[in-house]
Design a protein around this ligand. Structure first.
Ligand code: HEC
Length: 199
């Protein structure tokens, strides 16, 4: 199938980080059949508990303020969308004040995110039986030029639904897909077009 999907499967991190069940938010149809409004409803049911889960425990090498603060940043999506990458998850993206002006233009080229930009992406899944599960929080931080040439000067991080920092080879698990597919726009994937928020 699609090479992005294959990369995600090979990386395996998405499969391993499946979260706890959220019976109260379950729906009566397959996740792939949800309308935008239905996906938004699941998110509203889940959002408090999702954030509370990410906040649990010691963040170790991940700056904990990313996790405490991201909900106060600019929401880059108006509702959760499932683009088929990131392991068939529904995704909601936030951008911090440093990166907001550049990111929210969703430019196709000549994108230069300033150092200090941080993106946070929440995730959840709805399986074929309509069962809702929490997914990881994905993070990208733009660092000073030359700090990490192998990853386009992005640091990639992820946190399980229970708040644990995920150990992974960020080059193969994250950066290869982001730089390989979106290198011309500074490694940014962007939310699905119909889900994008206004600047
Ligand atoms: C198979 C390709 C692929 C892999 C692997 C991948 N991503 Fe992504 N990522 C995407 C795509 C496509 C988007 C935009 C989709 C969306 O948000 O709707 C995205 C969006 C993001 C965003 C929101 C910012 C943006 O790019 O617009 C973050 C943060 C993120 N990914 C972090 C990670 C982290 C951390 C990893 C590794 C654990 C990772 N990604 C692995 C494809 C990938």
């Amino acid at each position: 199938m699609h090479s992005w999907t294959q990369t995600a499967l090979a990386a395996g991190v998405f499969v391993l980080a499946a979260g706890g069940a959220q019976a109260a938010c379950d729906v009566d149809k397959p996740g792939s059949a949800l309308t935008l409004m239905e996906a938004a409803k699941v998110y509203h049911c889940l959002e408090k508990e999702l954030h509370a889960g990410y906040l649990q425990g010691d963040k170790r090498w991940i700056p904990s303020e990313f996790v405490t603060d991201y909900r106060s940043w600019k929401a880059a999506s108006d509702f959760p969308a499932a683009p088929g990458f990131h392991g068939e998850r529904y995704l909601v993206t936030f951008v911090n004040p440093v990166g907001e002006a550049e990111y929210m233009q969703f430019k196709e080229e000549n994108v230069t995110m300033p150092a200090g930009s941080v993106l946070a992406k929440e995730s959840f899944t709805v399986n074929d039986a309509g069962k809702v599960s929490k997914g990881p929080l994905f993070l990208m931080q733009k660092v000073a030029e030359g700090s990490s040439p192998a990853t386009g000067d992005w640091y990639y991080m992820a946190i399980t639904p229970d708040g644990l920092p995920m150990t992974m080879d960020v080059v193969s698990a994250c950066s290869d897909c982001h730089q390989g597919n979106f290198g011309q726009r500074d490694g940014l994937g962007y939310p699905l077009e119909e889900a994008r928020a206004k600047p």
